[in-house]
Design a protein around this ligand. Structure first.
Ligand code: DGL
Length: 280
């Protein structure tokens, strides 16, 4: 059985492209529709009810495009809105928190795991709980979790300042407590942060494993497509890649292009999802 409908992916802006890139690498034969809600970003500083409303609106848009699966390529939306999305969705929904927690538990040797994310994600406690649950399932003892909100990383990533002196100084300040705690694994629990991974990696040092939740999430997508019998029947040449942003398409493409490569994104269209009525 095959299903050539696209996979729908949304994020508050460009950060979800780090997940999209891993999905394209892992299942290159799948068509994709990406929605970046740039005009309402950042999500990480907003309230739970706002994030749930935005996420439900984004899901409605993707469902209107007849997608076969929705990937919530945003940790804040995953942490706040996954349950609501899952309970109302017509198609399977994949979030990014559980796959990241799993990867972190498998990577750590000394049991000291750092989590960096937006203020919103950290304040939900969802990530910490996911790591603790996974550690228990894997029989890991004496896990220590250190969390740090790094709100400025999102603006630096959106600005395209992925490897600049300002980014380095900001990273040194934010990451100081995690280095002092001796974490050997650091979860980049925000989809924007892998854009800054060179700087984050240099500041933490080469012995610290950086977990990119996109890689782990792409594996979940692949497994789900296979187990549901909904993998596409085409190869990469037969795929469609559509991009939508709620802000300026030119701006979106300027910042996103150096990251996705190979002429992507192209033909980005403007769309706002705030017209969808949702009950929250
Ligand atoms: N995409 C968000 C996340 O992964 C970060 C950016 C934002 O705050 O909107 O948490």
């Amino acid at each position: 059985m095959t299903d050539n409908r696209p996979i729908g992916i949304f994020d508050s802006g460009i950060g979800g492209l780090t997940v999209l890139r891993e999905i394209l690498n892992t299942v290159p034969g799948e068509s994709t529709i990406y929605f970046g809600d740039n005009s309402r970003a950042p999500y990480g500083t907003k309230s739970k009810s706002t994030i749930i409303r935005y996420s439900l609106q984004n899901m409605k848009f993707l469902e209107s495009k007849d997608v076969k699966m929705i990937v919530v390529a945003c940790n804040t939306a995953s942490a706040y809105a996954y349950e609501e999305l899952r309970s109302r969705a017509k198609v399977p929904v994949v979030e990014v928190v559980t796959p990241g927690a799993d990867e972190a538990c498998r990577a750590t040797k000394n049991g000291k795991i750092g989590i960096i994310a937006t203020k919103g994600t950290i304040s939900t406690g969802v990530y910490k709980a996911a790591v603790e649950k996974r550690a228990l399932e894997l029989g890991l003892k004496d896990i220590e979790i250190y969390q740090q909100a790094c709100p400025l990383f999102v603006s630096l990533a959106e600005e395209g300042w992925w490897d600049t002196e300002i980014t380095r100084l900001t990273a040194e300040e934010y990451l100081k407590p995690l280095k002092a705690a001796g974490v050997d694994t650091l979860v980049m629990a925000c989809t924007h942060y892998p854009l800054l991974s060179r700087v984050i990696g240099e500041v933490m040092g080469s012995k610290v494993v950086l977990v990119n939740t996109g890689v782990a999430t792409a594996k979940v997508v692949k497994n789900l497509l296979e187990s549901n019998g909904t993998a596409s029947g085409t190869d990469a040449s037969g795929c469609v890649r559509e991009f939508y942003t709620s802000d300026e398409p030119e701006l979106f493409e300027q910042v996103a292009a150096p990251f996705l490569g190979e002429g992507l994104p192209s033909g980005t269209k403007h769309f706002t999802t705030d017209k969808y009525e949702v009950d929250v």
